[in-house]
Design a protein around this ligand. Sequence first.
Ligand code: TPP
Ligand code: MG
Length: 561
Amino acid sequence: MISDKKGLEHLSLLLIAKKVKHIVFSPGSRNAPLIATFPRYSEFTCYSIVDERSAAFFALGLAQKTGETVVLSCTSGSALLNYAPALAEAYYQKIPLLVLSADRPENMIDRGDGQTIRQQNVYANYIRKSIQLPEETQTEEQLFEYQQLALEAIVATQFPCKGPAHINIPFSEPIYNQKEKEFPTIIPINSPINQANLLEGEYKNLAETWSSSRKTMILIGQQKPNAELNELLEILNQDPSIIILSETTSNVASSGFINSIDKTLATIEASDLDLFLPDLLITINSAIVSKKIKAFLRSKKAYDHWHIDLSNEVLDTYFHLTRTIPEDAVKFLKRITPLLQAQPSNFKVQWLKQKVIANARHDQFLKNTSFSDLKIVNTIIQQLPKTSNVHFANSTPVRYSQLFDIDTSLVVDSNRGTSGIDGSISTAVGAAFTAKEITTIITGDLSFFYDSNALWNHYVSPNLRIIVINNSGGNIFRFIDGPSELPELETFFETKHSRKAKSLAEEAGLDYFSASNLDETEAILNLFFEKSKRAKLIEIFTPNVESAETLKSYFKFLQKG
Ligand SMILES: Cc1ncc(C[n+]2csc(CCOP(=O)(O)OP(=O)(O)O)c2C)c(N)n1
Ligand SMILES: [Mg+2]
């Protein structure tokens, strides 16, 4: 038996045909027809999480790891508004989520009924497709239109690039009646594929332009590990006129690349910076963490910028965009690399020389540094288990991670689509739920307490490891220029506090550990990553003032040595 709401059986079969497996519900009455349908199909794995904001980030973590479209379903009213932060993240990070929000009948909107708001197209600014399903589905035509609309939204989560879509479904009373499954035939399923967008001739022209550049910089944004791309980049890296820059979230580190951009840039004299600017900048994928490289590349000196992105998004991050290349990066590089003429140039050598200087100053500074966030992150990164997953929360954790070489067997994630501190833990809980390996989230204290509802569900994997760097507030505001000079710093920026994670962790059934110095941290981390029956959380209490001062002197030291 399933809900008797005609169309829901077709919707279920469409989702199954499109290989959708994971459905994350949040409780409510209006979405009862969905709750009384999807869990009754063995093809679906269904979850129940009360807090819609956390549920959406949990779903984001599932989709981030699987690449599959994950469904969210909630009741009417403000419930679906709480999905918004995760949907914005999914939009900018290109992660496939599908919202199925239950709604009141159209004629009941703005009539003063409870839990009734204007839900249609409510995520307009960060959604790939938004549709309203018709309530009338009695005739074949109506059922066909219902299915066609639903299929468009499902397809839009994966094509032409991944992202969020929204299906709003009005239901009239009664909503708890049921019927036998009828096993109807659904409409034909189409799976559009991305055609090659560039013509042979265009490759020749682009190869000529590229080959005429003696200073080419390839900058890799946030992406999943991609062995094929790694191989192609290693080939391009043979060319002395090409330098490749990547971040921990790019998942493409190599000894011949600049893997720590901020560290290397900090060693370059201001008067020499122009010498390091490219003639041709090629960017692959999107989110870049480094503020320094953005400031550097937004220089006034002219250069060509090509952005490779299948969705053909016009992302003019550095105000130099001259060309978008609507191609998959691997496909594009595979076709153009054989056409390139390597150019004699000292561009790469110049950059790699700076890298050597930066690494030497980094090691020297760390050796003489006292207990601080910088020192702790160094210790944690050294101890992360090989071939495991690591999620860096926003604010300083993801920025500290850029200063260290991360083992290339690790898979790195971070919510850099919108860089919010409102869902990193829930995302890691979702990711850990699908992963076999250990999944570690390294987070600040405010980000942890903000999203502590991430632990309020039945899906906290025993392979999850949470590392809370508790510097009693938003330490980033003590480091960046501006707030650190203002009298409002402690109350309105750092929002200083003395909360501890112990009770939250233990209430959620995690093993809790705490440390207040390096030795204690090292002693605990030895066992912390071992597999166990329960998830674990270590809270490391670090000095807020010293940590910020240490990071400031670190960058000064990189500059001057
Ligand atoms: C949803 C959201 N609200 C506010 C911010 C602004 N913000 C950026 S970093 C930060 C402080 C984070 O503190 P914590 O997690 O302790 O990290 P720390 O700076 O101490 O490393 C805040 C409030 C944000 N990025 N996202
Ligand atoms: Mg903090």
